[in-house]
Each structure stands twice: as C-alpha cells, then as structure tokens.
Design a binder for this molecule. Sequence first.
Ligand code: NAD
Length: 491
Amino acid sequence: MTTESPSTEAPSTETRPAGSAARFATAADLLEAIQPGTGGREILDPATGAVVGRAPEATPEDLESAIAAARAAQPAWGARSHAERSAALNAAADAVEANAEALAELLSREQGKPLNGPNARFEVGACVAWLRATAGFELEPEVLFDDDGGRAELHYRPLGVVGAIGPWNWPMMISVWQIAPSLRMGNTVVVKPSGNTPLSVLALVHVMNTALPADLLHVVAGRRDVGALLVEHPDIAKIMFTGSTAAGKKIIKDSADTVKRVTMELGGNDAGIVLPDVDARAIAEDLFWGAFINTGQTCAALKRLYVHEDVYDDVCAALVEVAEVMPMGVGLEEQNVLGPLQNQAQYDVVAGLVQAAKDSGARVLTGGDPDESAPGYFYPATLVADIEDGNPLVAEEQFGPALPIVKYSSVDEAVEMANGLEVGLGASVWSADREAAVEIAARIEAGTVWINKHGAVDPRMPFGGMKQSGFGLEFGVEGLKHLGAPQVINY
Ligand code: NAD
C-alpha cells in the first residue's frame, strides 16, 4: 500500500455516519472487552517490552464450538440477498470507523507500528475501505449462452464455513481481506489470528460483531495446533491463508484429506527495476516507502532493488537522504513513522542477513548498527549497496527494514535477476518512459507489477501471487468468485 491510494486513506471523522458512536474510547476499553477474566497469555509491546494485555489460549474444544456455531448460522445467512449482506458489511464498516482510534492504539501497541505514516491509523482506515468496497461489488449470474439449443447460467453459491488464518504484519487489514468477501458471498467465518498479534484481531472482530448478525464471525486465538485443526476440519469448506510459503505448503498438504478449497497468499521477495532515465531525487521517497512500509514487514514490499549503473550512485545517495530523516520509535509517539520489528525471531532474521551481507563485503550506506542495549526490537532503516545478486540479503525474504541495492548494466540482466527466484508476488519498474516500463513489466513473473510505485493495493484490483507466492485471488469481483462454489444451471 502507499498513502497515495485514495481507497486506502484513513477516513476522516467528518464522514462518520450518524448514529455510529464509538463504544470504545481507548485501547484499554477494547482490552477489557476481549481479555479473558483470568489467565491467558501475556502479549508484550515490541517497542518497550511492557505488557499490552492477555490473550485467551483457545483449546480444540473452543474451536469445535466456534465451527459448530458458524455452521449452524450459515444457511440462514447464505439465504439472505446480496443487498442484505452488503448492508451488514457496511454496518460493520461503520462500527470499525467509529472505533478507529481505539483500534489503532491497540494495533500500534501490539504490532509495534506507529500510529502515523502508512501504519496503524492507515491500517484501520483500510479495514473500513475494504469492507465498504466489498459491500459494493456486484457479482451477477453469468449467462454463458442463450440460444435455440438452450441456456446456461453460471452462479456462485456459498461454500459454507471459511477458515481464515492470517499473519502478524497487517493483522487487522488482512483479516478483513479474508472476512469481508467470505461474508459477502454468504459464508460464515472462523478466524485464527497469528499468535504474535491476537489482540488486534480479537478487538477488530469484537467491534465488527457489534454490528453484524450473531454467530457469523468467530475468532479463535490459539497456538498453531489450533490452526492445524482448523485446516483439517471436515466442516471447514475453505481456508483463506496469508503467511509464509513454508506454512502454506504445510497447509496445502494438511487440507488434502478433506479436498478443501484454499487461497494461498504467501511470501514474496519483490524486485524493483530502476531504468537509467529516472530522476533519482524525484523517485527516492516513493522507492523508500515501497520498501520500508510497515518498517519493511509487508508481503508486497520492495525487497531487492536493481538499479542501472548510470544512475546507481545517484539513487543510492537520494535513498540515504530520505532514510536518514525518517523518525523511528515507539508507535504511540505521534512523530514516528517507522517502528520496531514485531518479534525477536524477525529481528534475528534481519540482523543475520545484514551481517551476512557485511561479511561478504557489501557496503552499508546507512543503518546496520542496531543499539543492542536499547529496549524493543528496533533495527534502523538500512541500505546495502555493492551487493551480489545471490547474496542471502537479496535471495531470501528479509521482511524488515533492510534493502539491498544491486547494480545492473542491461535490462535483460535485470529482468533475469528479477525472475531468478521461486517467488513472484509483486514487482515494480521505475522509468520516465511509461511505455518502456510497461513492456518490461510484461516480462516479469509477478502477480502485480507497478510502474513508478510499489505495493499500492486497491480493493478493485485483484491481488495474488505467481510461482511460490501462492494462488487464488483476493479483492474485487474476482476475489468474490474465490469465495463461492461455481454452479452451472443448464436448461
Ligand atoms: P507464518 O506462515 O509463520 O504464520 C501465518 C499464520 O499461519 C499464523 O496465524 C500461524 O499461526 C499460522 N500457521 C502456521 N503454520 C500453520 C499450520 N501448519 N497450520 C495452520 N496454521 C498455521 O507467517 P507470518 O510470519 O505470520 O507472516 C509473515 C509471512 O507472511 C511473510 O512470508 C510474508 O511475505 C507473508 N505474507 C504474505 C501476504 C500475501 O498477501 N501474499 C501478506 C502478508 C504476509
């Protein structure tokens, strides 16, 4: 996402519809509503180490009850008209919008992302935008033919109960990406959030459920074994999965015995190709946010940058200028736009890859020197130049604030390097010549290729990966089709 995308802008309070007053003024109010009375697992703030709250630890029995309730509620929900289901989604959007500030505060404390910049407020705003957009899409039955020989129509029926499994980087927004089209198509949903960010998803679902009919939407916060049970359960018709390629492969295998439908939104290692005709300073800020959105913890972020030798030094210098003025710190402090890594494991991945790059002789232009004695998983925005294409920082998904910048001399070479990995989620081409850029885009193996921007998702544009970045599409009418069972009526 980029902040320029109008459809993902945080909504202003002026647009709040009458009658949808906030029920939760602060994150503390939300926590009171979602925490278990006793027990639970402490969730720590990645910026400070302070306790954010306690998350329930669901058992397999809790999962069974949620699936049974969702299953019981589905036929009546599936029988409602599209207009009624759209109205329910819009009501859920109003509820999220009315409680946006409390949700953003909790998200910031649990995930670490700052309130400002393309971060927590932006994410809650995107939840509202996606709910409303999904409510507005029309999926009419398609007439395949209608002639003397007869007529055939293609309809999409509800699937049943959808299991939604999501990651910790954009926990609220990605949950909405899974929930909204599922409900819109007449399914009910059981969500299994990441163990790193359960409170954000519990709070989001709690707020949505203040507006939705009862029992359509459930959340079961538990460990991976609860997720595995969801995947194997015979009463789950489809799994919407967003996470790593490794977990996706396991889920594909585990879902085989029940021949489950699956949508796989998996890891990426997006390439950006910068052509020699760019104005380095003019594109530097967009390049920076393409890579460092959510402090680099974004599936379709720019993760390896290929820059033509003619402009290599200029692009490196312009990026350093931008990176060095971006404030990083505790998310609740309004001036910050970069935050910590969400967890120790991800911090270790980023630190390890940068260290390996340094050891190989690559040149750190800025960053790369975390203050190990300070609290929180802060890793400074890091730019690494003079690095070989096969270096682990280039070839592996860093999922954090460290961008390798590789020099190239011919476009063919750049395209070959961009296509050289097993993943293909997003990519971008940067040039003053749009036609030339579009021609190069067609040669890149990625589900979305942006020109002169990176990562700008929009609810109207189908989103999904090529190669091992997954299969199945989200968003738009295409996304709705992936949450329905196609049925042909022929007479
Ligand atoms: P992860 O794969 O470790 O976990 C994702 C979710 O899957 C979590 O809820 C986890 O508990 C659950 N899970 C893991 N193994 C499971 C299993 N065997 N059965 C059932 N559930 C299981 O991913 P993460 O570390 O939370 O997220 C980061 C990864 O997600 C990155 O690779 C990133 O690129 C990817 N991602 C992809 C997209 C996309 O749209 N393609 C979006 C966001 C993140």
